[in-house]
Write a protein that binds this ligand. Structure first.
Ligand code: 5GP
Length: 182
């Protein structure tokens, strides 16, 4: 059996992280841990949430061809370490949870990858939640909403879209998609 690269994207707040956790519990997937130049948030551990690295180290890795894909998101770089993914693909389906620009790059390098975009049941509701969330200034909020609109505008480039209305249903749908591609 050939193992698959499964790429999940979707706007911030859509519940990608929870879906990934469920998939990892249910199947024998490997999750790629990305490198990022952003600072860790409270509770995030190096080597678990991300590999938190400097901009210099990130650009060295780019030069060495160490990323399967990478992109700049809100002034920070994020990338998928190539060696880990290629090694894991020998024995497991590998999940990447990444934003759209990187996902489309990864699809170019791995045309057989399954691109799945997670959508909210209501775009308006998600937008309202993003606006209400936290204590960010208006500029940050506007950036977030613009980014959400950008991510959604790319949904036709994806092989599948899954609406995360009910978590179990969304996870079951993703599992079905993966099975159908075997
Ligand atoms: P956050 O900073 O909130 O953890 O992530 C911001 C965005 O970066 C999310 O959309 C997340 O999916 C995306 N992201 C995380 N890792 C990678 C990666 O390796 N490559 C790309 N292109 N995006 C990533």
């Amino acid at each position: 059996m050939k193992h698959k690269l499964i790429i999940l994207s979707g706007p911030s707040g859509v519940g990608k992280g929870t879906i990934v956790k469920k998939l990892l519990k249910k199947g024998s997937f490997a999750l790629s841990i990305s490198c990022t130049t952003r600072a860790p948030r409270k509770g995030e551990k190096d080597g678990v949430s991300y590999f938190f690295i400097s901009k210099q180290k990130f650009s060295d890795m780019v030069e060495e061809g160490g990323f399967l894909e990478y992109s700049n998101h809100f002034d920070n770089f994020y990338g998928t370490p190539k060696a880990f993914v290629e090694e894991q693909l020998k024995t497991h389906d590998v999940i990447l949870e990444i934003e759209v620009d990187g996902a489309l790059q990864a699809k170019k390098a791995h045309p057989e990858a399954i691109l799945i975009m997670i959508l909210p049941p209501s775009v308006e509701e998600l937008k309202a939640r993003l606006i209400k969330r936290g204590s960010e200034d208006m500029q940050t909020i506007e950036k977030r909403v613009k980014r959400m609109e950008y991510e959604l505008s790319k949904k036709d480039c994806y092989d599948f879209t899954v609406i995360n209305d009910d978590l179990e249903t969304a996870v079951a749908e993703i599992e079905k998609i993966i099975k159908s591609k075997r």
